[in-house]
Design a protein around this ligand. Structure first.
Ligand code: PMP
Length: 388
């Protein structure tokens, strides 16, 4: 049989899958998987169910149902003061993943460079490379993940097509500061380029932090594609409903790729997400408060058993330092060890790096789980730590 595409073939089984399989085999509590274990808001699901029965189920418009596109524009105004024309500046996609893929396919010409921060979400590099792009990686390191201005500046050049910014950043649980965003904005302007902004965790920020989309900074309105996800904002990851906001010139380019990728997204889910985005502020503050309580529960639990957590400003991930319990092996070894001998599974942060020799002492816990699951995981890990 002839080979498939070489770039994608290079990517083997990910460590996430390996750990999940190991977790299944050993019946361990899996805090590696990055999704909530509840079922999303009842009222949003009810709208989806009703729309399935009462509304058309044939292909909706290519850019999305008007209700959702209007809701995306209104959401941009309500939370960030953005004036968005829903007809020319919004588009619905099948998850943020499709938004990202559409951006890469539509914007990258072979040989173009794309500036990306490491650690990075797993679909970025294969998709950028498959689109012909050359990733220019800028490494952020735990535990404080500060933006290295010089290295970022050095990554930009005449071939830079755009910067890809995931803010808040998975798995670092970092929210880029206003000053860091300004550095990025200045470089985007200086190099007359633009930014693809993966902001799927925009509503999961803690300790009173407020999300600042890059698109809201001076000079950025026509240079950013802002991507959101109902999967994260409504804890409905299986729905794969994403949405983007961008100036008409950028949106039109990306729509060309979307048109040939999925073309559209399930109409009843779009209508339900439109309802969800229009929910009153208490829904959004409630989501943050719930997630913050879970973060605190895990953070305090880990601290009490001697596992040192890193700063967690947002997302539903908390990283912890494996050296704090005297573990001298790699983060991958640690994940294997605790799956087999503590009955808890996490993922190694090094799996989110691609550059040569990247190693970390950190593992990522997902805390968007029932309290009882978090408590049980901490108790099991505590027993393992106590055994030395
Ligand atoms: N970007 C990041 C940073 C993510 O963590 C995820 C989901 N884990 C996605 C994009 C994908 O979002 P969606 O499920 O809407 O495709």
């Amino acid at each position: 049989m002839k080979d498939g595409n070489g770039i994608l073939a290079e990517y083997g089984v990910t460590v996430f899958e390996i750990m999940s399989r190991l977790a299944m085999e050993h019946g361990s509590i899996n805090l590696g998987q990055g999704f909530p274990d509840d079922n999303g808001p009842d009222d949003v699901r009810a709208v989806a169910a009703a729309a399935l029965e009462d509304q058309p189920n044939q292909y909706p418009p290519m850019l999305g149902v008007p209700d959702l596109r209007q809701a995306v524009a209104a959401h941009g105004k309500r939370f960030y003061g953005l004036d968005v024309d829903w007809q020319t500046e919004t588009m619905v996609t099948s998850g943020a993943t499709e938004s990202l893929a559409a951006c890469f396919l539509a914007l990258i010409e072979p040989g173009d460079e794309v500036v990306c921060f490491e650690p990075l979400y797993d679909c970025y590099l294969p998709m950028i490379r498959r689109a012909g792009g050359i990733p220019k990686l800028v490494r952020l390191d735990p535990p404080d993940w500060t933006l290295p201005e010089d290295r970022l500046r050095a990554a930009f050049g005449p071939k830079t097509k755009f910067i890809l910014l995931n803010n808040p950043l998975n798995p670092a649980a970092k929210a880029f500061s206003r000053a860091e965003l300004q550095i990025i904005a200045d470089l985007v302007l200086e190099h007359d380029t633009y930014a693809v902004c993966d902001e799927v965790y925009e509503h999961i920020l803690f300790d009173g932090l407020e999300h600042t989309p890059l698109i809201s900074l001076d000079g950025m309105r026509d240079r950013c594609i802002k991507i959101g996800s109902a999967g994260k904002t409504f804890s409905l990851t299986g729905w794969k409903v994403g949405y983007m906001t961008a100036c008409p010139a950028l949106l039109q380019r990306v729509a060309k790729a979307h048109q040939f990728l999925t073309f559209t997204t399930a109409p009843n889910l779009q209508r339900a997400v439109a309802f969800g985005l229009a929910k009153d502020d208490s829904y959004f503050t409630g989501l943050m408060a719930d997630m913050q309580a879970k973060r605190d529960r895990l953070r305090d639990g880990l601290t009490a058993i001697g596992v040192e957590p890193a700063l967690c400003q947002g997302t539903y991930f908390l990283n912890a330092d494996i050296r704090s319990v005297g573990f001298e092996g790699s983060d991958v070894d640690f994940c294997r060890e605790i799956t087999l001998n503590a009955g808890v599974t996490t993922v190694p942060v090094s799996a989110f790096y691609a550059s040569e020799g990247a190693r970390t002492n950190f593992v990522r816990f997902c805390f968007s789980k029932q309290d009882s699951i978090i408590d049980a995981a901490v108790a099991k890990l505590g027993d393992w730590v106590a055994k030395g």
